[in-house]
Design a protein around this ligand. Sequence first.
Ligand code: HEC
Length: 174
Amino acid sequence: MNTMEITKIVGALCGSLLVLMLIETGAGAILGTGEGGHHDHHENAYVIEVENAEEASEGVEVAEVPFEEVYAAADAAQGEKLFRACASCHKLEDGANGVGPHLFNLLDRDIGAVGGFAYSDVLATLEGGWTPENLNAFLAKPTEYAPGTKMSYRGMSDVEDRANLISYLAGIGG
Ligand code: HEC
């Protein structure tokens, strides 16, 4: 074997290796499953998978049970226990204001409408009444629903808890 022959053999080997690598890379890029080899293609395949995972989790959020459905199945007896979180500031007897306004007949009331209670500007000026939906939003995060409210309560994060509590309050009144 002379140098020329060795060069040809090495050249042929390199050529077929290159073809193999191209085939593998191409197949990997198309199927998104290749292992080893060319890092740029594998990074692309990875990014696509992450995007799909994000879309999938967004789909789960969209499918969250709407408040109306949770409220329709609410348990007022559970809500009575949850009212402990409110009882230090709110009474349920008509006219009995404490740190907060009384909550008698709450579900029929306009927002910020209890006579003799000094509401914050935001609650005094909010339009509408205390529907279950409005209460759900307010109790989830009072400072977000009514920025500037003087109700210093950080919020009730569980939608089932809120539905149960609102169901209990709906039974208080005439
Ligand atoms: C630390 C005291 C405090 C706690 C705890 C508290 N609140 Fe309040 N709440 C207030 C005050 C003060 C206001 C008046 C807010 C304002 O004027 O901005 C208020 C206002 C309200 C209003 C509006 C009433 C109206 O007449 O428009 C509702 C409804 C309410 N609270 C429900 C609750 C519920 C339900 C809980 C328990 C999950 C709770 N609050 C916990 C102090 C409290």
